[in-house]
Design a protein around this ligand. Structure first.
Ligand code: WT7
Length: 572
């Protein structure tokens, strides 16, 4: 297919010549910028906040926060002091030490960001949890990582099964009128008396920083561990890909429960010393445009689902706001439709730059750069310092236009360090030739642009969130009426995919709309709203292999009216 490339919109970009940089760049140069080059030790929170708080950016706004009930701003100096206070609180009241897992389970708020940074200052490993998670999902994550502390709100505490989590020693509650008893610690009262000076824990670059749980096609979510060394890539991609400069006002719409919301909602922008906008509350097109107008957002990082919803809200709406501050727009999480790029050109007069990466890569990997032509539909080219290729199942590189595994040569700075408690799982990502295999299929064209084709496994991407079918199936079969369940992603124009469940009922249960709703709510309450199947179809029997595995591939073929392929392993 021939696509019309979008030319570069002229400007003074940090990355001026992609090809030249790709040939010449090596990470060693960048590493010299961080404190470990002198002391051997480092701390992400120091590099992101304290470093600026001590210098010229001291009184510059680091955080603009806004939700329907609050509007606040904090300078780098204030961010340093607030995160120091949380650090002291966690150390004194909750006994947090280097390497401890501290979970942060609360809606986006300034306190959420102070806490993440404060815990990092102690050398703790932060486990951010999306606020929509329900009890089952919370339990799995805290249990697997043997979390010692959780920082949460009184409302969300109901979803933390304290009695099932013996390793969990302290619960810090961010709320009003908290009574300290048992494991409970009152955040606001303790913050008042906590010192704003803190001795930072200096760590090795390969010490743990953050633990993001993410889904695969089999088994429970796995804990992807990132280390402080990732800062090298966060910093450099914030330069090249986000194109951040000192006077930028940057807004990343992602929640820190997902990797985009930490790597590029916290680390990338603050390592670069820019003003960072955080919008709390729920998605609303008016509020989003208002945020850009009010703060004068210049660089905006969001996701295809959000762009599609904005597009759906109509061009009349966007015209009511002043979007002239915007100069650079980026997208991540799912395939970026050429249609969205065309819409972006129409309403913002800007190109939307697609970026491809994943929880495991920790940082942007294949991207479109302001200085490079965009081919709508393509994810772009690997960042300098990274080698990406399309390989076959033996790890042999394939020529242009051949579809295969999208793979990256092992050893980029923000690569996951391990899978928590599961080194074997970590190793299973790699193929001969030192290739990290992403699970995505793609091809490369003759100019080196990469084109996404699909997931090789059954992982579902719904509204930019990654959902493992197995986790949903496991929850479904806990419902008293459900005998068996198979879960697939079904293409959807707005959400990318929606979750569809095929369900076989136990004897004695009758098919009904009420039962469907009940099953859907059961998953909503047990896992998370975004993991609940929007569509449920009842079947007498599900296609299974002789060894009893549900054949999702066959379910998908039924759904999409496609050939079912090889059925030799299917039971009679
Ligand atoms: C999967 C990773 C790290 C960002 C958020 C998602 C899909 C991601 C793109 C893109 C097509 C994309 C892939 C990938 N994906 N970006 N630009 N075009 N697909 O992180 O939850 O770890 O999911 O998201 O399938 O493997 P994640």
């Amino acid at each position: 297919m021939k696509v019309e490339a979008l030319p570069v919109i002229k400007g003074d970009f940090n990355l001026k010549n992609y090809d030249e940089m790709y040939r010449e760049f090596n990470w060693g140069e960048i590493e010299k910028q961080f404190s470990w080059s002198e002391t051997g030790k480092v701390n992400m929170a120091y590099e992101a906040i304290d470093r600026h708080a001590q210098g010229e950016r001291k009184n510059k706004v680091a955080l603009y926060y806004r939700d329907p009930s609050r509007e606040e701003k904090y300078t780098f100096k204030e961010m340093k002091e607030m995160s120091n206070r949380v650090g002291n609180l966690l150390k004194q009241a909750a006994d947090v030490e280097k390497g401890d897992r501290v979970f942060v389970f609360m809606p986006r708020s300034p306190e959420c960001y102070f806490t993440i940074l404060g815990a990092i200052k102690l050398g703790a490993i932060v486990g951010p949890l999306f606020e929509a998670f329900m009890e089952g999902a919370v339990k799995d994550r805290l249990e697997d990582s043997a979390a010692k502390v959780i920082v949460t709100t009184p409302e969300l505490l109901e979803r933390v099964p304290l009695e099932d989590l013996p390793a969990l020693k302290h619960v810090v509650l961010v709320g009003e009128n908290i009574k300290e008893e048992g494991p409970i610690i009152d955040f606001y009262t303790r913050m008042k008396s906590a010192s704003k000076d803190l001795e930072i824990e200096w760590v090795d670059r390969n010490d743990g920083l953050i633990l993001h749980y993410t889904s695969g096609s089999t088994g429970k979510p796995k804990g992807v561990l990132h280390v402080h060394n990732a800062m090298v890539q966060h910093y450099q991609t914030a330069k090249w890909v986000l194109d951040l400069k000192d006077d930028d006002v940057y807004w990343c719409t992602a929640d820190p429960g997902w990797v985009t919301g930490t790597s590029y909602g916290i680390f990338g922008p603050w390592l670069s010393g820019v003003s960072n906008v955080i919008l709390g509350g729920r998605f609303k097109p008016e509020t989003w445009y208002q945020t850009i107008e009010e703060y004068g957002v210049t660089v905006w990082y969001s996701a295809p689902t959000a762009f599609r919803m904005l597009m759906g809200a109509g061009d009349e709406l966007v015209k009511q706001f002043d979007m002239s501050s915007l100069r650079h727009i980026l997208s991540v999480g799912e395939p970026l439709n050429p249609e969205v790029i065309r819409w972006g050109m129409k309403v913002f007069n800007l190109r939307v730059h697609d970026t491809w990466w994943m929880t495991e890569t920790g940082g942007q990997t294949i991207c479109n750069y302001p200085c490079m032509e965009i081919k709508p539909g393509s994810m772009g080219k690997p960042i300098p310092g990274i080698k990406a290729a399309i390989v076959d199942d033996q790890g042999q590189e394939l020529p242009p236009y051949r579809m295969g595994n999208l793979a990256i040569k092992r050893g980029w700075p923000s690569m996951m360090y391990t899978i928590w408690n599961n080194q074997a799982k970590y190793e299973s990502y790699f193929m001969p030739g030192d290739w990290y295999v992403s699970g995505d299929s793609a091809y490369m064209d003759e100019e080196g642009y990469f084109w996404f084709q699909g997931r090789i496994d059954d992982v579902i991407m719904t509204s930019g969130e990654r959902v493992g079918p197995f986790e949903v199936e496991s929850k479904l079969v806990e419902h008293p009426a459900v005998a068996e369940a198979g879960v697939i992603g079904k293409p959807d124009p707005v959400r990318g995919e929606i979750i569809k469940a095929f369900v076989a009922l136990r004897d004695g249960y009758e098919v009904s709309e009420e039962l469907k709703d009940d099953i859907r709510n059961f998953v909503k309450k047990g896992l998370a709203a975004h993991a609940a199947p929007r569509e449920i179809e009842f079947r007498d029997k599900l296609p299974k292999t002789r060894s009893g595995k549900i054949m999702r591939r066959v379910l998908k073929a039924w759904e999409l009216d496609l050939p079912t392929g090889d059925l030799s392993t299917m039971e009679d």
